[in-house]
Design a binder for this molecule. Structure first.
Ligand SMILES: NC(=O)CC(=O)C(=O)O
Length: 283
């Protein structure tokens, strides 16, 4: 990895509600605020244009097959161009009109407002912890089937959505393809958030010696799903650089591409791996 300009990353822990137009307007205002603070890559949370819940996804879903018809696509593209930043547009419920399949989809825009990448959540959030939380995205959503990385002048970035972080293979594959950071828009909850949010972010960072950023919606106790919040940026050594609490806010952190190499020089697990020993893991 060569030395590149530092990336100023902003995570917008957005307060969202049931009014899609209001969510889009608020997201737009916060992206502008982050850009004015100097950010050159801005991230929004999972399902930033709708409440998080399987009953909401069909109602809020937008088709991306004709981007001009998607209100969320237009808002994200316009504000990325207006502020000349890379925008990782959290995620939105998407409908594919050809199949009627629904997806949890993240759109990434370049500083010229062009679509740079699209990631459909690969691993659907299907869990059942008795007495705590039951959630089954697969009741309404279909999974994406490809990993997503994109190039910027600050370095290559990998993208996952929320539950995708629990699958270390995805971050590892991205890191081995040259990504220096993984970004996950996500909405953990009051059970799994305190247990695993920070642990997973730090684990993926240490596993791969890359930056990891998680961007959550703000917690809304009037909503049916209570997001954990705690948007955070972790450095390639596994240390938390910045972290919010539960309410709306923006965190900004400087990501230095060369820090990855520095950490890898100190603890060279990247080159010490024994794929000859554990090559057949998919059993
Ligand atoms: N909401 C998710 O996709 C994931 C989550 O909350 C968890 O893994 O915990």
């Amino acid at each position: 990895m060569s030395i590149l300009r530092p990336l100023k990353l902003a995570l917008v822990q957005l307060a969202t509600g049931v009014d899609k137009a209001a969510n889009l307007a608020r997201a737009r205002a916060k992206v502008i605020e982050a850009a004015k603070a100097g950010a050159n890559v801005v991230v929004l949370p999972e399902c930033f244009n709708s409440p998080y819940g399987t009953n909401y996804f069909p109602k809020y879903a937008e088709s991306l097959s004709q981007p001009g018809s998607s209100q969320s696509f237009a808002t994200l593209s316009e504000v990325a161009k207006e502020t000349s930043i890379y925008l990782i547009g959290g995620s939105i419920p998407e409908i594919d009109p050809a199949t009627n399949n629904l997806y949890n989809t993240s759109l990434v825009f370049s500083p010229t407002g062009d679509l740079l990448a699209t990631h459909r959540k690969i691993h659907l959030f299907d869990i059942d912890i008795p007495g705590k939380i039951k959630f089954k995205e697969s009741e309404v959503l279909s999974p994406g089937d490809s990993m997503t990385t994109f190039e910027t002048e600050y370095g290559k970035i990998g993208l996952g959505i929320c539950y995708d972080i629990r699958f270390p293979e995805l971050a590892m594959a991205a890191a081995r393809k040259g990504c220096f950071a993984m970004v996950y828009p996500g909405a953990f909850n009051m059970t799994t958030g305190p247990l695993h949010w920070s642990l997973l972010a730090r684990s993926r960072a240490v596993d791969n010696q890359i930056y990891v950023a998680l961007c959550s919606p703000a917690r809304d106790l009037d909503a049916t799903y209570h997001a954990w919040g705690h948007s955070m940026v972790v450095d390639p050594n596994g240390e938390v650089m910045e972290e919010l609490e539960a309410s709306e806010g923006i965190v900004i952190a400087d990501l230095h591409n060369e820090r990855v190499e520095e950490v890898r020089r100190g603890i060279p697990v990247t080159t010490q791996r024994r794929f000859d020993v554990y090559k057949n893991v998919a059993v």
